[in-house]
Design a protein around this ligand. Structure first.
Ligand code: ASP
Length: 316
């Protein structure tokens, strides 16, 4: 029997420490720990890695701290268009939704597609309709909106007018949540959910719902969930690239993940990070920004969470 492991992220490009109060940081760490515990309960009860990934992501979608579900980014038209995907490493089963506007938990719609075993990806209105037909919770757009995202959109629009967009903080631009897990049967899974980035063009789809880019899981190799400038994750097929380096070059997870995030993607000067687990339960969570909301429960059952460089262990 394999000892289970789970790792999550709540987006890279977190704010400078001084931009939020200590209470805000504590809230974010609390919600990360809650998401990890939700996944861990599934794993320790003998549940599947896919169930654990979904459970952890639902907690982060429901939290206003992260750019997914409640608290998601707004596009240039002031609308939430959400993307999500999930992948099962055992048989490469996958499901993804893009540009959805009414599904409370897009990761659940991705999961429903995975289980159906037909189309891997549905987009826009028909993805919303599929979720409604599947009996998932549907909400109004206002459910997703938080004051923080409204302010970010206004600030990014002002910077775009001034021509100072490049100076926008990574935190204003980014976010996303994701999870990877290894279950007691030795199966891997990965999932990711996002509002994309603030002020993105209407209809823009990022890496999050693209299997092989923002999400990838393959038994015996690794599971990967990404956050950062999605266009580059798509162009580098990041999830699949990391798995390929391990499978074909024989690299360790840490080496493969560092190469792609800290070298290949960093060379564009864009923010990027991932969480990943290999078939042995090793965890790698590199990022090239000031911080990344992240956490994991390792094979010994130690729960750790972090926002910037340091990681703290908290009780399970
Ligand atoms: N990867 C997401 C996207 O491009 C955004 C992010 O993680 O910051 O949609």
């Amino acid at each position: 029997m394999t000892r289970p492991v789970i790792a999550i992220h709540g987006g890279c490009g977190v704010m400078a420490k001084l931009d939020l109060t200590e209470a805000d940081w504590a809230d974010a760490r609390r919600d990360l720990a809650e998401a990890l515990r939700a996944g861990w309960r599934v794993l320790t009860a003998g549940g599947s890695a896919v169930d654990a990934v979904e459970a952890a992501i639902v907690v982060m979608e429901d939290s206003p701290q992260f750019n997914a579900g409640h608290g998601a980014a707004l596009n240039a038209a002031g609308i939430h268009e959400l993307d999500a995907s999930i992948m099962r490493g055992a048989d490469l089963g996958a499901g993804a939704v893009a540009l959805v506007r009414r599904i409370r938990n897009p990761i659940r719609a991705a999961r429903a597609l995975l289980e159906q075993g037909g189309p891997v990806m549905l987009g826009a209105t028909e993805a919303d309709n599929f979720a409604a037909r599947s009996g998932l919770d549907m909400v109004e757009q206002s459910y997703f909106t938080t004051e923080r995202r409204v302010k970010s959109l206004a600030s990014l629009k002002a910077k775009a007018l001034e021509g100072t967009l490049k100076a926008a903080s990574e935190a204003e631009k980014h976010g996303t949540v994701g999870a990877v897990a290894l279950d007691s049967a030795g199966h891997l899974a990965a999932g990711t959910s996002t509002g994309g980035y603030n002020n993105k063009p209407e209809g823009r789809i990022g890496d999050t719902p693209i299997i092989g880019a923002g999400t990838y899981a393959r038994n015996g190799v690794c599971a990967v969930s990404g956050t950062g400038a999605g266009e580059f994750f798509i162009r580098h097929a990041v999830g699949h690239e990391i798995a390929s380096r391990i499978a074909y070059l024989g690299e360790s997870l840490a080496t493969a993940a560092d190469q792609v995030i800290k070298s290949d993607l960093a060379s564009y000067g864009i923010g990027a990070g991932i969480v990943s687990i290999d078939a042995y339960g090793n965890i790698a969570a590199p990022f090239n920004t000031d911080g990344m909301f992240r956490g994991w429960i390792d094979a010994d059952g130690n729960l750790s969470v972090g926002t910037h460089a340091e990681v703290t262990t908290v009780s399970l």
